[in-house]
Design a protein around this ligand. Structure first.
Ligand SMILES: Nc1ncnc2c1ncn2[C@@H]1O[C@H](COP(=O)(O)OP(=O)(O)OP(=O)(O)O)[C@@H](O)[C@H]1O
Length: 720
């Protein structure tokens, strides 16, 4: 893959990406965490690069989310999804799922989401996911006691590249190897020409050392597994609890990991532990053994009556002999017993084996002395013997474990990757369960009724979706092959059944399901607080999620593929002349090029005076209708706009079905082709009914009825 062909990836970034283990996989799967492992690339940047790579793959020009409110809706939905992830990876990976106008992209994610919906989140899996994180590649492994040696400059560069953990030295000949062996514990000669050469020291001739890095530097796989042990172990748990399929031998991997300490050394080997403890405890054990001997001897001397003939004493004194001679003469048995006790103590406390015990015995000499003291020379030899054995053992174990683990590296990577992806799937499954979602049904371009829809030479409705650098719908976006005008207003736009907006701050069971569908252009009227804005939010959420390839919060949804979403939220108050002008300009662009777009507008009338607003909105609707956009305009001026519009614009209505204890009771599903009565109308109607129901009291006590006969009816007539 030519990394530089990804929009936004220059030479420097491409070089950084190339350092990843598998940049193509990371980009293809949107593995933001892996991309962010490339030097100098932040997580935010990584997400942008991943999105750009996906866009390029699907020829997606970007800019689906064409307005601030559309982007806001996407962000809020993303947050709801991210709230349901356990790992950072999954939250970042979700950032690479964005609404796209491209069928191929939508279908890719739909396939993934369909699998996700089969997932059952269970608490054990969620717990295990807490421990899973993206794998780290340790870059700081340096092995100082081993080096590679070559006579060849080219081979030298190759070796440095392949095995950066070891120093690579250039030598002239075998003599050079011998010199190196004085500075390094092990020298690995990598030239064929050294075959058969024997040099003093640990010099190995391994011409294929560069091809078998796990053997040349077992520290590499060990460091990788040590660094990532917890994440891999947690990923194993996730697989077990979730019953995920894997080619990996989970027990084998778990067993190998249990033999690894966090510092990359091998754990759980009794013999290595014995040798390590013996080396560590050697001095202390020898000291104790000396005390054992001396205590023993002291006791013996104290209890012994030494009888010595005068002549013997004289001869001893004349020879200048010390007490040692006396000991050997008179207390040799006791001395032997004391030394035996010391040796036994030493051998037992260090758990020495026969060869080692043999050397250990010599630490306490047979010739009697008092106090009994260690012999330094055999002590040094024992130390050397034990240290050598410990190192050989550790080295062998390291190599064996590294060989076991090196083969498992790819499996482990896959295991962790699958666990992390599983978290993404679970988040989608939980989102779908929490908001009662189903997969929407798309009516793709080829399946739409052909008609006189204006084909779009769409080249960009301005607006940055905050996701891509690209704006708008590009020239190569498919034609906005619009809607068949002859087919009436209800041909394919969107059709929602039982939709519940995930953006409402209410528990799911308190949200009334909404049915609503629009093909072409519609006005949405309705009582105050009837749920008009929430309906637009629902439509926007459904359309955004559907174009992300995800399930939507409704019992059933059918929709066309849109090129972009233009959602204009309610403006707060009248706009000044400049802001008004720019809003009108925005709609001019949209009316001109917005075929294939979904346009949602909330109470545009507040931008200017009511009379003018109705005219402007009517004009915008005409243009949108002509070019085949799908649009819903929420308005309290629906009636006036309908009057002004030069075509038969559909007016739908969110109706209050009545007033209960002064509160409106609303049917949240807009009624098609029905101008909803306004709240004031309902209140006047209620007053009129009450006045009719209550006869005027004889004493004129009913102030309402008496003082304003027919007043409410008169008001009511004005609404007709
Ligand atoms: N489907 C629904 N189920 C339950 N409650 C809802 C639903 N839709 C809206 N509501 C409630 O009604 C309130 C008002 O909704 P919304 O703001 O969408 O009404 P509106 O018709 O746009 O109001 P206005 O005319 O004042 O702009 C919401 O805050 C929410 O509490």
């Amino acid at each position: 893959m030519d990394l530089e062909s990804i929009p936004g990836v220059g030479e420097k970034t491409a070089r950084a990406l190339a350092e990843l283990d598998d940049p193509e996989r990371a980009l293809r799967t949107g593995d933001v965490a892996a991309i962010a492992n490339a030097p100098g690339i932040s997580r935010g940047r990584a997400a942008r690069i991943a999105r750009a790579a996906i866009r390029r793959e699907h020829d997606d020009p970007g800019g689906f989310l064409a307005t601030d409110r559309a982007r806001e809706i996407y962000r809020e939905l993303l947050e709801l999804l991210a709230d349901r992830t356990v790992t950072d990876y999954a939250a970042q990976r979700l950032e690479t799922i964005f609404p796209s106008p491209r069928q191929s992209r939508i279908e890719d994610v739909r396939a993934f989401a369909a699998d996700a919906l089969e997932r059952e989140p269970n608490p054990d899996v969620l717990d295990a996911l807490e421990g899973v994180s993206s794998l780290d590649r340790p870059r700081d492994v340096r092995v100082r006691e081993r080096c590679l040696a070559t006579t060849d400059a080219e081979r030298y560069s190759e070796a440095r590249e392949a095995i950066p953990e070891l120093s690579v030295e250039i030598v002239e000949d075998a003599q050079g190897l011998a010199e190196l062996a004085r500075g390094y514990s092990t020298v690995v000669a990598i030239d064929e020409s050294f075959a058969g050469v024997t040099v003093e020291g640990d010099v190995r001739v391994e011409p294929d050392a560069l091809e078998t890095p796990a053997e040349t530097v077992p520290e590499r796989p060990l460091a990788f597994f040590a660094r990532n042990r917890d994440a891999i172990t947690a990923a194993i748990d996730v697989h077990r609890h979730a019953g995920l399929e894997t080619d990996c031998d989970l027990e084998g991997l778990e067993d190998a990991l249990s033999r690894l300490e966090t510092d990359g050394t091998v754990a759980g080997d009794d013999e290595l532990d014995r040798l390590a403890t013996a080396v560590d405890d050697l001095d202390a054990a020898v000291g104790t053994a000396e005390s054992v001997a001396n205590d023993h001897l002291r006791e013996a001397i104290r209890e012994e009556d030494v009888t010595i003939e005068g002549a013997d004493l004289l001869s001893l004194v004349e020879r200048g002999a010390g007490v040692d001679s006396l000991l050997s003469r008179e207390l040799s048995d006791e001395y032997a017993a004391a030394v035996t006790a010391a040796r036994e103590h030493l051998i037992e406390s260090l758990d020495l084996e026969s060869g080692e015990a043999e050397i250990a015995r010599r630490i306490f000499a047979d010739e009697p002395t008092f106090p009994v003291e260690r012999e330094e020379e055999p002590l040094g030899r024992l130390r050397e013997e034990l240290t050598g054995a410990r190192e050989r053992r550790a080295d062998r174990l390291k190599r064996d474990l590294a060989a076991d683990l090196a083969d498992q590296r790819d499996h482990a990577r896959q295991l962790v990757q699958d666990a992390l992806e599983f978290d993404v799937e679970l988040a989608i499954a939980r989102f779908a369960a929490d908001f009662g979602c189903t997969m929407p049904e798309f009516v793709w371009d080829g399946e739409m009724r052909s008609g006189n829809g204006v084909s779009g030479d769409d080249d960009g409705v301005s607006g940055d979706d905050g996701v891509s650098g690209d704006n708008g719908v590009s020239e190569d976006a498919p034609d906005g092959d619009g809607i068949d005008a002859d087919a009436g207003p209800r041909e394919t736009g969107f059709e929602i059944e039982g939709g519940r907006s995930p953006l409402l701050d209410e528990p799911l069971e308190r949200i009334d399901p909404v049915d609503y569908g629009v093909g072409g252009v519609a006005l949405l009227s309705g009582v105050n607080s009837g749920g008009k804005t929430s309906t637009l939010d629902l439509v926007a959420s459904v359309v955004v999620l559907a174009h992300m390839g995800l399930p939507v919060p409704a019992e059933r949804v059918r929709l066309r593929r849109f090129d972009s979403l233009h959602y204009h939220a309610k403006t707060q108050g009248t706009l000044d002349a400049g802001a008004f002008e720019s809003t009108v300009r925005e709609f001019a662009t949209l009316a001109d090029r917005g075929a294939g777009s979904l346009v949602l507008v909330d109470e545009l009338e507040s931008i200017t005076e009511p009379g003018a607003s109705a005219k402007i909105i009517a004009g915008i609707l005409e243009a949108l209708s002509e070019n085949g956009a799908t649009a819903v305009f929420v308005s309290h001026l629906a009636d006036e706009i309908r009057e002004m519009a030069g075509f038969d614009v559909t007016v739908d209505g969110i109706e209050a079905v009545g007033l209960i204890d002064g509160e409106l009771e609303v049917n949240r599903s807009p009624v098609k082709d029905h101008l909803a009565r306004s709240t004031p109308e309902l209140i006047v109607e209620k007053l009129a009914e009450e006045a009719d129901d209550e006869p005027i009291a004889a004493n004129g006590g009913d102030v309402r009825g008496e003082s304003v006969p027919g007043f409410y009816d008169r008001l009511l007539e004005k609404f007709e």
